[in-house]
Design a protein around this ligand. Structure first.
Ligand SMILES: Cc1cc2nc3c(=O)[nH]c(=O)nc-3n(C[C@H](O)[C@H](O)[C@H](O)COP(=O)(O)OP(=O)(O)OC[C@H]3O[C@@H](n4cnc5c(N)ncnc54)[C@H](O)[C@@H]3O)c2cc1C
Length: 467
């Protein structure tokens, strides 16, 4: 529901951005704190319309069992963090739950001697974290995902880890669910949809002034949950000058339904976001979605070329150091040839003849003529670069300021949205210096109760935590 805004309004906490991250934080502050005036500002007329939209991501609840780019330490952190989403949905009535989460079989597939041996040893480290994870050979793979074995040469080694208890999530619907719950308390919670924050400035009286296209909002504490946009806002206040963004657009192809569940392939360590996978789409029955591809596209939102200026203003391209870092990172041969290949995938009509080769690693009998571009699907994965260290920083990032937090949330930001909200709620309490309380233990009990008490459940803010 849109509320009319007139003069400056004052809030204790303002959250900018209504994707999975911002909505999860709104829900957390509403349900587990006594903060009495919270506002969420979202530029679109609905929440979950950008990267959290079901069309724009792969809809996987990333718990770490099939993500071979995660270290085992990271898996131990990510699993309970991501499972909070599953446990949240357990609390919902069935019709609502079914719109958000679906149980789906997941597999990580190794092809060739080297990958098979890597996956064998990874399995040994994962078994205690995922007792339900099965190591399966070609015969068993053929039973669960026949397309993987059909047409494959007999001598090729394959191995898979299979988890029957995987989940596909419509993260946009999840954001809406958080919002609906929080909006039940109109005394404490205000929501301004269709309201774009244009500028953030320090208020000389304390806190911040947010200038929006519908008026001005004053808040003691501000959290930017605007994914890649957060960096531009941080820089406007003098934070995060060491960062730039490499903009990677991810698009998808469809075929008729070929797979029964999600099948991921082994990640290349230097390109940990690149390995192709095939997934059912929660909103498109009887098809398999393949991808994502990765191409360099200087925008902050897919299919919105007007956001190119936002990219240029956040990325600090005026600095020579930024270009030096980009060149060092992108000219690394594995990355360079990968991006080059991905340019081929995007060529109209012929792109699919190149792309089909990557899909054939999973399903050898798929042909280019079976593929069609998933029009309107795909999102932006803005990869952070530390231009002082010439380092590509994968996973989420957080810039902490004085009474302000800027969250940058590439994959799997959506999976760990509740965990991130929990950490931010803890920080917000520190900003207020004891004026409010946060029922962190209750949140842990409610949303992580079935998990073993893994290290990660101590949410005392590991700022460097990335997933
Ligand atoms: C191809 C691809 C595949 C992915 N697959 C997965 C996956 O399988 N599993 C997973 O967990 N993650 C996946 N991700 C990552 C996931 O999509 C993101 O981590 C997640 O959606 C980030 O959520 P968010 O709320 O932080 O950002 P968003 O959902 O992008 O929300 C940011 C919000 O901020 C709003 N906003 C921006 N600027 C302003 C402003 N000035 N004023 C007001 N509002 C503003 C936007 O409108 C938007 O609603 C994938 C991403 C891509 C691109």
């Amino acid at each position: 529901m849109l509320e009319k805004q007139t003069s400056t309004e004052k809030y204790e906490v303002a959250i900018v951005g209504g994707g999975a991250s911002g909505s999860a934080l709104l829900y957390t502050l509403f349900a587990y704190t006594n903060i009495s005036k919270i506002i969420l500002l979202e530029k679109y007329n609905e929440v979950g319309q950008v990267n959290s939209h079901a069309k724009n991501n792969s809809q996987t609840l990333h718990v770490g069992d099939i993500e071979t780019n995660y270290s085992i330490e990271k898996v131990r952190q990510v699993k309970p963090a991501a499972m909070m989403v599953k446990y949240y949905t357990d609390t919902l009535p069935e019709p609502e739950r079914k719109k958000i989460i679906t149980k789906v079989q997941k597999m990580i597939l190794a092809v060739g001697e080297k990958e098979v041996s890597d996956l064998e040893s990874r399995y040994d480290s994962l078994r205690d974290i995922f007792p339900e994870l099965e190591k399966i050979n070609s015969d068993e793979i053929a039973k669960r995902e026949p397309a993987i074995m059909q047409g494959r040469s007999a001598g090729e080694s394959v191995l898979a880890l299979c988890n029957e208890d995987g989940y596909a999530v419509n993260f946009g619907a999840l954001a809406q669910s958080f919002l609906d719950k929080a909006q039940s308390d109109t005394e404490r919670v205000s929501v301004r949809l269709g309201t774009k924050v244009i500028q953030v400035a320090k208020d000389p009286q304390g806190g911040y002034i947010l200038t929006t296209d519908k008026g001005v909002v004053q808040a003691e504490v501000v959290i930017f949950d605007t994914d890649a946009y957060s960096l531009g806002f941080a820089k406007s206040l003098g934070y995060g000058q060491e960062y730039s963004l490499i903009p990677i657009a991810g698009t998808f192809y469809f075929t008729r339904q070929i797979l029964n569940g999600k099948v991921y392939t082994m990640q290349e360590p230097k390109l940990p976001f690149a390995a192709v996978h095939g997934d059912p789409d929660v909103n498109v029955p009887d098809k398999t979605r393949w991808g994502p591809t990765a191409r360099f596209l200087p925008v902050l939102e897919s299919y919105k070329f007007s956001t190119m200026k936002d990219y240029f203003s956040s990325a600090g391209l005026g600095k020579l150091r930024t270009w030096g870092s980009f060149l060092r990172i992108l000219l690394e041969p594995v990355r360079f040839f990968y991006l080059l290949k991905n340019i081929l995938y995007e060529i109209p009509f012929v792109g699919k003849y190149f792309f089909v080769k990557t899909i054939q690693k999973i399903a050898p009998q798929v042909r280019a003529k079976d593929l069609h571009i998933a029009k309107g699907f795909g999102g932006m994965r803005l990869q952070r670069v530390d231009i002082h260290k010439n380092e590509l920083q994968l996973g989420e990032g957080k810039i902490m300021g004085e009474n302000i937090i800027f969250n940058m949330t590439p994959s799997p930001g959506a999976s760990v949205c509740l965990y991130n909200a929990m950490r931010d709620a803890e920080e917000i309490m520190k900003f207020f210096g004891g004026k409010y309380f946060f029922e962190k233990e209750k949140m842990s009990r409610d949303l992580a109760h079935q998990e073993k008490p893994l290290e990660c459940m101590d949410v005392s803010l590991k700022q460097s935590y990335s997933s």
